[in-house]
Design a protein around this ligand. Structure first.
Ligand code: GUN
Length: 293
């Protein structure tokens, strides 16, 4: 079992908000140096189609974080009636625009638009979400370029707390293209032995119980029970679920899991803030690579 930073029988809290603030300060410093060297600041194009309420909150937070880091954001808000040709045309314009280092099309897209087709149209060198098949493929081949923000944020958070990944057993719960799958590739890259669980997994409790590292990305409130967690494990909770009471909870039963885990991320204030910080970091990296030609 891992060494862990446990006080009594309560897990150390992984403060994603604090680590994200540090990453954002680092990015802001790089933005200043980039601006002095190149006479422009990095640019991120943010495309939100229609008016999904949750998306509006995420998009607002992303633009605010850009402004704070000195990154210019360009907003595009086509109506949900936008045609696939119009949206592909917008992506093509952004691909060609030299002020734009990153392109983010907020998901989900309204019904009738094929997210895969739109993602595939983004220039992989500007794909700061890391969702393009080229970037997925590069990560799978151990030569990551632009890495999906949430999984990359989990890795960064583990590094900042000195949580060893190489040689561990990890269990990722959830196999989505945005989180679960790239998370498994990141952990594999870091030298962990990875199990990916999904709705067809036969015995989820035992898959979780043998993991040193647990990443929960299912989207079901408190589905991972505290009793399943191995003593001393590191638990990263990607879930953000709003209960009828208004309370925000993760995918992990936090209080019970804290009694067993060595480290655990809170919700909110854990993985969530890291996602935005890594988006800024990806945009900065993309600008540097593009400026280097
Ligand atoms: N929808 C939920 N998470 C994300 C994300 O990280 N990027 C984009 N583009 N859309 C999302």
């Amino acid at each position: 079992m891992l060494m862990h930073a446990k006080a009594g029988n309560s897990a150390a809290i992984l403060d994603g908000k604090a680590v994200a603030a540090r990453v954002r300060t680092e990015v802001a410093e790089k933005v200043r140096a980039f601006s002095a060297a190149h006479g422009r600041v990095p640019g991120l194009a943010v495309v939100q189609v229609g008016h999904n309420a949750a998306s509006s909150v995420y998009v607002r937070n992303k633009k605010k974080a850009c402004a704070e880091a000195g990154i210019e954001s360009f907003s595009f808000d086509p109506p949900e009636t936008v045609t696939r040709q119009e949206l592909l045309g917008l992506v093509e314009l952004l691909n060609k625009d030299s002020r734009v280092d990153g392109i983010l099309v907020q998901l989900p897209l309204p019904e009738g638009l094929d997210a895969n087709e739109i993602m595939d149209a983004i220039d992989p060198s500007k794909d700061v979400d890391g969702f393009h098949p080229t970037n997925t493929g590069l990560l799978a081949q151990k030569r990551p370029l632009l890495r999906p923000c949430t999984p990359f944020g989990v890795i960064r958070l583990a590094q900042e707390y000195g949580i060893k990944l190489a040689g561990t057993r990890s269990t990722v719960v959830g196999a989505s293209n945005i989180v679960g799958r790239p998370m498994a590739l990141e952990l594999l890259l870091a030298g962990s032995t990875v199990t990916v669980c999904h709705s067809r997994t036969r015995d989820l409790p035992s898959e979780v119980a043998r993991a040193d590292i647990v990443v929960a990305a299912i989207g079901k409130p408190e589905m991972i029970k505290g009793a399943w967690i191995a003593e001393g494990a590191a638990v990263f909770d990607v879930g953000m679920n709003r209960l009828d009471s208004g309370r925000l909870v993760g995918d992990v039963e936090f209080t019970a899991a804290s009694q067993r885990a060595g480290w655990i991320t809170p919700v909110p204030g854990g993985v969530g803030p890291m996602t935005i910080a890594m988006l800024l970091s990806n945009t900065m990296d993309s600008a540097l690579r593009r400026a280097a030609g």
